[in-house]
Write a new protein. Sequence first.
Lengths: 178, 499
Amino acid sequence: MSNSSHARRFAISGRVVIAAVMLAIFVAMVLMATAYPAKSRLLPFVIGIPGAVLALIQLVKEITLPAGEDTITIVDDGQTVTDIEPAADADEAANLRRETILIGSLILLVVSHVLLGFWIASPLFVALFLRYYEGTSWRVVIISAVATWLTLYVVFDRLLTVSVFEGLLTPYVTELFE
Amino acid sequence: MELELIVSSFVGLVSSPYLWVLMLIAIAVGMFFGAVPGLGGKLAIALAIPFVFGMDTVPGVVFLLAMHSVVHTGGSIPSILFGVPGTGPDAATIVDGLPMTQKGEAGRALGASLGASGIGGVIGALFLAALIPVLEPVVLSFSPAEFFLLAILGITFIALLSGASLLKGVIVGFFGLMLAFVGMDPQVGITRYTFGQLFLWDGVDIITAILAMFAIPEMIALGVKGGSMSNISMQAANYSIRDLGQGIGDVFRHWWLTLRTSIIGAAIGVIPGLGGDAASWICYGHAVQSSKTPERFGKGAVEGVIAPETANNAKEGGALLPTVFFGVPGSSGMAIMLGAFIILGVQPGPLMMVNHLDLVWTMIWALVVANVVAVIMFLGVARWVGMLSFVRGGLLIPFVLVLALLGSYLSRGQWQNMLIILLLGLLGYGLKRFRWPRPPFVIGLVLGPIAEDSLHKALALWGLSFLLRPLSLVLIAIIVGTLIFSFLRHSSGRLVDVE
């Protein structure tokens, strides 16, 4: 099976997954609300039950929607749109690959910041992303990483005097070196 | 008393060097976010939140409003010079702006655009100011019953903000409402949906949710798209200061059109859900209809630049009205602004009229001053601002992602928020990818606690008969009218997806 048909199948199943996730969220929240006192569960029921019903309708719509009805619509905050032709199969496969890498980068961003904190992870992430995703030159990579660290230090630490998170692992690592 | 308040708010704003510096920075940032296609005003507010986090209320509000009010001024520049709209509402400017550039009238078109934006922004702010005395008695007569119905009205606007995807929009709005119930229930004193996690006792952090739903998905989408944001070749757009002056003069020569489209734009801004695109296209259509020579439009008529640009900026003043006095955002950008206001310690709602009218006037003056200063600043740098449409999007992604993460951490100083931003960010991208509208989520999240608190108070005071109070009946009629309007709008099949 070609990459492109994988991509198209992903697009169709993705629509269904999103609708299913919304349904699951509503159902779970309504079920949890049953354990709360009457006053506390009033609005979760009033909102959650119709929400679950609507999500179920949407899920059925997504499952029964013909595959060819996909269009891509670009909109800002109003109602004007630019409809563009559905991407060619090869483009879809490339988009899916880029999408996967970017979602992986997002996970890396969060995990690295939780473990190492902003002082270490932010310049590191900027450098890695620019070098390996954007293919930027080392000179730009180094300048960007240093600029990121300096922004954190000058703007947030010095000017705004806010403390940024130092990471869950950083204190242990620092202790080891001391 | 009122006059004293108006004057002191103005003097307080313009006599503070600190606020001037903030406004100048905000205008530059707004210009950047407006001129770079794919960024826009919503992202600007979301990403500015970490920076305003440590500020006092007035500087924070002034910074955000000044920045947001000039986004479309910046967005018009690449529209005219290169045919690339910086933001959606700037698309209408291309119709006549680009032909003017092609005819060698780039400077005149830019001057007209900047002048119209500035005047439109000022008239929009004055429109808001003029409505304050009219609204005051209405707003001050509100009780918890009306607060509850106002929140419900806001939630019905979900339908209006949902574009073509009414069902999806309502589901996303309800999801926002459900997330608003996370945390300590003040009525009973128990925790809901916290899974034993202390950091969730205060509920889902609004800023984290906003950043997750808007900044993260936009950056992933930008990365997927790749390359430069502008796909057209760069062309030299040479013009002189004299040309710019001629364009500004055009705005005054067509003063009646400028005034009309500014007022129409501001009025459209008041109606939640219509958005900037509607304002600019409706005003463009009005300019064509009311012209004695409509055949010139589309071929480089300066009125075709003036009309959408006045409307774009004027609508911000109008959109502030429901946002500030009713807690009901006038647009998706204002929905994010509402969340930012809450972070800054401003609780939008009718009490703003009683307790914080000075702040409201500062907001109005900030809109006026920012729009005037932006025109002067932009006149000097317009040529270079236009070049921003050629910035490679991918280069911005890591910086924006780091800023978003920083914002979510700083909003409450809890590292767990970074996990929330990851989860909601992935969901937000899924919503964007599969064309679910995201603005209703913010409305649900912001209005959920207000609705719940007011409902319990109203029930305690009047029981279910609170629905029969005169003002309640008026609000119920408006809610029903809104629903019918939304239904008819969707049945017409002319709406499109709103991401």
